[in-house]
Design a protein around this ligand. Structure first.
Ligand SMILES: Cc1cc2nc3c(=O)[nH]c(=O)nc-3n(C[C@H](O)[C@H](O)[C@H](O)COP(=O)(O)OP(=O)(O)OC[C@H]3O[C@@H](n4cnc5c(N)ncnc54)[C@H](O)[C@@H]3O)c2cc1C
Length: 283
């Protein structure tokens, strides 16, 4: 790495114009947690966006809007975040790394880095969160799930992620993570959401599994299995087993594909049980 210049952008326009002026030889820096671990050799200029006015957290009706440079600890402790979906996102942030890291790392950095082993993409995909970014021509937006199906790293070489928008859901979400210790990264993680109709049947279901060790993905077959059913222990059991069949798992230095397939039924069942308790209001 041969960094020649470090800029402090005062707003999104300045950050974007600096980024574009470097023509691929510049990079944005937010918390710097991943940037400090290494950058491509051609990067000459870093553009710090922590004072670019992107750290706000607000509610818009039932929706939640989090600025790209809001820190993970700022999100975890935010009153607005605690009031959104029963504090689900606050709980997820509590599972991420350590306090010192959460004080630096930002939500935008987590979305752009998109580590396959991370917890945040799993939660964002389950929640149907939407990314908003500014490029040379316009403001663009897309669900995070869709963004990850695009060449998103190339997009953010010429764009600034400005905020993440979280929709309002009539229901509840829960998150589960298995790791070797509290501060460690996931061996596997899972985020589930459920909503009930007037008869107490499942109106909608969202199930995402991550750190498989591939980036989080929703399990459509499991969501379909749950929709229209009456919540029960047997249903969570069946959903867990279907999840183990549907999820794409692999080996890495942390766990084997075999181990991951064996624990998916457990982690999905636990997440669904907790979500159901939450949605019925007896959590
Ligand atoms: C030791 C360690 C443990 C971790 N544990 C966990 C864990 O348990 N769970 C989990 O989910 N995650 C975990 N993470 C991942 C962590 O959440 C991310 O590394 C962190 O959020 C990155 O944020 P940052 O602000 O530091 O990003 P930076 O390092 O500043 O940036 C990361 C990348 O994103 C780009 N970027 C940053 N902001 C923007 C923006 N607004 N627009 C466009 N591009 C942008 C940068 O140019 C860079 O390419 C861990 C990371 C480390 C290093």
């Amino acid at each position: 790495m041969a960094i020649k210049r470090y800029h402090y952008a005062r707003d999104v326009e300045e950050a974007l114009s600096l980024l574009l002026a470097y023509e691929g030889r510049g990079a944005l820096v937010a918390g710097g947690v991943d940037v400090a671990r290494g950058l491509p050799g051609e990067i000459e200029g870093l553009i710090d966006i922590t004072a670019a006015g992107l750290s706000g957290i607000s509610r818009e009706g039932g929706r939640l809007v989090v600025g790209a440079t809001a820190t993970l600890e700022g999100i975890r402790t935010s009153r607005e975040v605690k009031a959104y979906m029963g504090g689900f996102l606050s709980e997820v942030m509590g599972h991420v790394a350590t306090l010192s890291l959460r004080n630096m790392a930002t939500l935008g950095g987590a979305v752009v880095s998109a580590h396959p082993w991370a917890d945040i993409p799993t939660a964002l995909i389950a929640l149907g969160a939407e990314a908003v970014w500014r490029n040379e021509e316009r403001t663009e937006r897309a669900p995070v799930e869709e963004l990850y199906a695009r060449p998103f790293r190339a997009i953010f070489r010429r764009a600034v992620l400005t905020e993440i928008r979280f929709p309002a859901w009539d229901g509840a979400f829960a998150f589960e993570k298995l790791s070797r210790n509290a501060g460690d990264i996931a061996l596997i993680n899972c985020a589930c959401g459920l909503g009930l109709d007037a008869e107490g049947k499942i109106a909608w279901a969202r199930v995402a599994v991550g750190a498989t060790p591939y980036r989080a993905a929703r399990l459509a077959a499991v969501e379909e299995l749950l929709a229209g059913e009456v919540p029960s222990e047997a249903l969570w059991e069946e959903a867990g087993h279907r999840a183990a069949v549907e999820a794409r798992v692999g080996d890495d230095m942390r766990a084997s594909a075999e181990w991951r397939r064996a624990v998916i039924p457990v982690i999905v069942r636990r997440a669904l049980e907790r979500t159901a308790r939450e949605v019925k209001g007896d959590a």
